[in-house]
Design a protein around this ligand. Structure first.
Ligand code: C5P
Length: 206
């Protein structure tokens, strides 16, 4: 029972994936965190995220880095989207994600290429979308709650830049798998979005 949840930044895919994992009693992997850790490790090493060699070297980040709250920042998201264009980085992170996806009993993974590359055989694939305005507003509230100083305009510009990079990269670009079901969360509150996602997965497994 593999559930693949893909979509752009701040579409609600992380919240939905976590809730699906709790509902179906499955382990959950936020694959964006792995790319964020690589981006952060490059910065800690004083390397260049646009350099494939520097980015690949950072793939051997220590597991303890995954606990670093700095990974949740917009800066780490931007670095993640820069290191994630390198095919060698994607390859280096593949085995870990694939092993998680194929563990006995199943799993929920969220990211950009779960339904297309990591687990194309997943019987339930959701592609979560939302308008830029809705996503920027959500991210803004999240950042405010964390006490991070950033404006709504800066967040919207950052989201659009990341979307563009993620959609236009040659390797594993952000796109819905042909058999994915798209869920637009622009006008849905958190509970309604989760309920809609559960209903779609129930239908996929029916
Ligand atoms: O999902 P999150 O915003 O944490 O992801 C950060 C960045 O990592 C994305 O913008 C994307 O460039 C990259 N990523 C990816 N493939 C994944 C997950 C994340 O390329 N499966």
């Amino acid at each position: 029972m593999i559930i693949a949840v893909d979509g752009p930044t701040a579409s609600g895919k992380g919240t939905i994936a976590k809730a699906l994992a709790a509902h179906f009693n499955l382990p959950h992997l936020d694959t964006g965190l792995l790319y964020r850790a690589v981006g952060r490790q490059v910065a800690l090493d004083g390397g260049n995220p646009d350099d494939a060699g520097d980015a690949l070297a950072a793939c051997s980040f220590p597991d303890s880095l995954l606990e670093d709250p700095e990974l949740r920042s917009e800066a780490s998201g931007g670095l993640a989207s820069r290191v994630s264009v390198h095919p060698a980085v994607r390859q280096a992170l593949y085995d870990r994600q694939r092993a998680f996806a194929t563990q006995a009993g199943g799993a929920v993974l969220d990211g950009r290429d779960i339904g297309t590359v990591i687990a194309p055989e997943a019987p339930a694939k959701l592609f979560i979308v939302a308008s830029v305005d809705a996503r920027a507003q959500r991210r803004f509230l999240e950042m405010q709650a964390q006490g991070r100083a950033i404006t709504l305009e800066e967040i919207a510009a950052d989201l659009e830049a990341r979307d563009r990079r993620d959609r236009e990269r040659a390797e594993a670009p952000l796109r819905a798998a042909d058999d994915a079901v798209t869920l637009d969360t622009s006008d849905l509150g958190k509970d309604a979005a989760i309920a809609a996602a559960i209903a779609l997965v129930d239908k996929a497994f029916a």
